[in-house]
Design a protein around this ligand. Structure first.
Ligand code: SF4
Length: 170
């Protein structure tokens, strides 16, 4: 595990605003598609999914991950470093890789994609409709983009890419 903080010299000190907008639009679209998928099972499930996702992504994970990141208080690829600095105090960057947030991130984002996929599959087994198929397609496309090319693109120009154990750009 990497313990010495080594920043990527060629990384961006601040990401372009268009990246922040695109990153948040993708996340909001993913939560909206996930909510619709869960709604097909029951409205209460949909509301619970939406509320939990928003709280985890925009509050809990920001406290657990961003407070120890180089981009705390700065415009990272999603702008969440600025969001975190509005609510929390800075932690030690040396503890970034050992933080609960970095360990929890794959579980949280994995469940956010997996739960709705299971829900929409169950809903489709009860009878396929165009709206269910559209939600499934949207979920698959958004999950693939945010976990694959979108993440690799953000990590490739991140100052943390050499140190962060979650980096998708090795
Ligand atoms: S390397 Fe990637 S996962 Fe790690 S802090 Fe940077 S953008 Fe986030």
């Amino acid at each position: 595990m990497k313990k010495v903080v080594q920043l990527y010299e060629a990384g961006l000190e601040e990401y372009p605003v268009r990246d922040v907008i695109a990153g948040n639009l993708t996340m909001v679209a993913l939560i909206a598609a996930g909510t619709l998928a869960c709604w097909f099972i029951s409205p209460a499930f949909g509301i619970a999914y939406a509320a939990l996702s928003v709280v985890m992504v925009y509050v809990v994970m920001r406290r657990l991950v961003c407070t120890r990141c180089h981009y705390f208080g700065k415009r990272c690829g999603t702008g969440w470093g600025i969001l975190a600095a509005m609510w929390f105090t800075r932690g030690r960057i040396e503890e970034f890789n050992q933080s609960a947030g970095v360990r929890l991130a794959p579980v949280v984002y994995g469940l956010m994609a997996l739960l709705p996929l299971v829900a929409i599959t169950v809903a489709l087994l009860g009878g396929a409709t165009t709206s269910k198929l559209l939600v499934l397609g949207l979920l698959l496309a958004l999950s693939f983009y945010s976990m694959g090319p979108g993440r690799r693109r953000a990590c490739s120009v991140c100052k943390m890419r050499l140190f962060c154990k979650g980096s998708a750009a090795k």
